[in-house]
Structures are given as C-alpha cells and as structure tokens.
Design a protein around this ligand. Structure first.
Ligand code: NAP
Length: 286
C-alpha cells in the first residue's frame, strides 16, 4: 500500500480550514504565519511557495518576506525580534538553509519559542525530549500521522531510523520511542547497515542520497517511510532515498517521493501555526 501524503494532507487541511473559518467570529482574526526567505535558492523558493499555497487553502494569513542573500545577520535577527514583538504574528519561520555568513543556530534561537512553528528552538527541542508540551517539528510529526493513518501499529515494533539530524532523524526517533517502538538510530558510521535495517518493522530513511535503500536492506512486510528529497542524477526528477520500484513489492506500506512526507510536513506546519495561535489566544503555555 502506498501512503499518499498528498491525499492525507488534503483531508487534514480541509478539516483545518473548517476549524479556522470559525476563528474570526471567536477571536476576531485568523492565524498569521510569517515566512522569511533569504536569497533565491530555487528549492527554497518552491518550499516557501508551497507554504503560502497551503496557508491559502487552510485560510491562514501568510506573509512572505524576501531578503537578499547578502543581508547582514544582525539585520535578519532584528527583523525576527520585531516579529516576536508583533501581536498580529503567531508563527515565524525562516526558510533553511541560510547563506554561510548567517549562523542558523543564532537565527533559530532568536525566534520566540511561542512562535516557533518549525519546532526547532532549543527550548522546544528540550521540551520534546523531556516529554513536556511543545511545538513538535513538522516532518517527524507528519511521519507519525502517516503511519497511524495507514493503520501501522507502532507500539512494540522494531523501528530503525537512518539519519540523526536535529530536524529529522533524532526527533523522528524520539516520537517513535514515545509511541513505544523500540528504536535504533543508524548513521554514516553504522557498521553493516543492511543487517540493521533488515531488523526493522518500521524503517524511516532520512539521508539525502537518491535510491540509497535497496530491496536487500528491507525485510518483507516492513513499513517504509522515505524522507529524502533528491534529484535523480539520470533523469533530474525528484526522488527519495529509497529505490521505490525495488522496495515497494516487499513493503507493507511505503511513502512515495514526491507526494509522501513532503506534503505532510507542510500540513503539520499549518497545524503548528494554528496551535501557536490558539496558545496565544487562550494564554496557554507552549
Ligand atoms: P542531514 O542533516 O544531511 O543528515 C543526513 C543523515 O544521514 C546524517 O545523520 C548522516 O549520518 C546520515 N547518512 C549520510 N550518509 C549515510 C550513509 N551512507 N549511511 C547511513 N547514514 C548516512 O540531512 P537531513 O536534514 O536530516 O535530511 C535528510 C533528507 O531528508 C534530505 O534529502 C532532505 O532534503 C530531506 N528532508 C525532507 C523533508 C520533507 O519534508 N520531506 C524535510 C527535511 C529533510 P552522520 O550523522 O553520521 O553524518
């Protein structure tokens, strides 16, 4: 079974649109997401456009602020601080990656944790690992939703996550652990990776290497989640980290690229923006 992130996200966005439609009467306004795009990297432009389109579907106000690639770091941080103070703004997202002269960590920690719709702020990350209320990072949150929507029981399963980045691998592993899976995190120094991945009943791949996971690395009946977004070197088309054609016949469920985790990430961004809005409206702590 192919888990369509496109279909699931369309359904969830329609539900959110219904929820948001009641906000003007209840709260006097709709949630407001501000996205900052530095430079004009084509992939980043396309992600930012996708976020604006999704906001329109859900009925969220979206402001995209474009800044040149050579913007001084101090100016970007000042802009973020102004948005932190702006009561009409509920969510702030700075599209990553940033030009080399700007420290990403500095940018992330400058965004108020109450408006950190990406869930990257150190206080949100700490809260996640301490099982405290927090904004969950969008991609990991979307992955858990997809597994649940596909009817995959997570509790008690052996899960393997390939990749240990702060934005995907580590938080996915934590969320799977919180769902009571037994989790192994594999990485570039893992010895005999195929013997590890063949143990997986749930396999999440977040590496960034086209077609890296081959059929011999996957056990029969595994649920396979492909987070990778790459260009196929031969065709130039978008592809994942998993050799989809070879792995799909073995997997019980699998996500495609494109149309899998990507749309769910944006969907969860919409959900997080609504959550930050409601937290502020109802004076709830994040
Ligand atoms: P990243 O920061 O570059 O991390 C890559 C991870 O893969 C690292 O932990 C690295 O291990 C591991 N790795 C690299 N080569 C490996 C190998 N040969 N064997 C085992 N592990 C290996 O990347 P990321 O930000 O997590 O993103 C991963 C992919 O997901 C990218 O394609 C990215 O575009 C995509 N992505 C998609 C979405 C979405 O919404 N669909 C969101 C975010 C990211 P070490 O730690 O040992 O170096």
């Amino acid at each position: 079974m192919i888990i369509s992130g496109k279909e699931l996200s369309a359904k969830l966005k329609a539900e959110m649109a219904h929820q948001v439609a009641a906000f003007p009467q209840k709260y006097g306004r709709v949630p407001h997401l501000v996205v900052i795009l530095v430079g004009d990297d084509p992939a980043s432009v396309s992600y930012v456009t996708g976020k604006a389109k999704a906001s329109e579907v859900v009925g969220i106000r979206n402001t995209t602020i474009r800044k040149p690639a050579d913007i001084p770091e101090a100016e970007l941080l000042d802009l973020i601080r102004q948005l932190n103070e702006d009561d009409t703004v509920d969510g702030i997202l700075v599209q990553l990656p940033l030009p080399e002269h700007i420290r990403e960590a500095k940018v992330i920690e400058t965004i108020s944790e109450a408006k950190d719709v990406d869930g990257f702020h150190p206080l949100n990350v700490a809260a996640l690992w301490q099982k405290q209320p927090c904004v969950l990072p969008c991609t990991p949150k979307g992955i858990i939703k997809m597994l649940k929507a596909a009817g995959v029981e997570i509790k008690g399963k052996r899960a393997v996550v390939i990749g240990r980045s702060n934005i995907v691998g580590l938080p996915v592993a934590k969320l799977l652990l919180d769902e009571n899976a037994t989790v192994t995190i594999a990485h570039s120094k893992t010895v005999d990776l195929p013997s590890v991945t063949r143990q997986a009943e749930i396999l999440v791949v977040a590496i960034g290497k086209p077609g890296f996971v081959t059929a011999d690395m996957v056990s029969e009946g595994a649920a396979v989640i492909d987070v990778g977004v790459n260009r196929n070197p031969a065709t130039g088309k978008l592809c994942g980290d998993v050799d989809f054609a070879a792995v799909e016949p073995k997997a019980s469920v699998i996500t495609p690229v494109p149309g899998g985790v990507g749309p769910m990430t944006i969907c969860c961004l919409m959900e997080n923006t609504i959550e930050c809005f409601l937290n502020r409206q109802e004076n709830r702590l994040v």
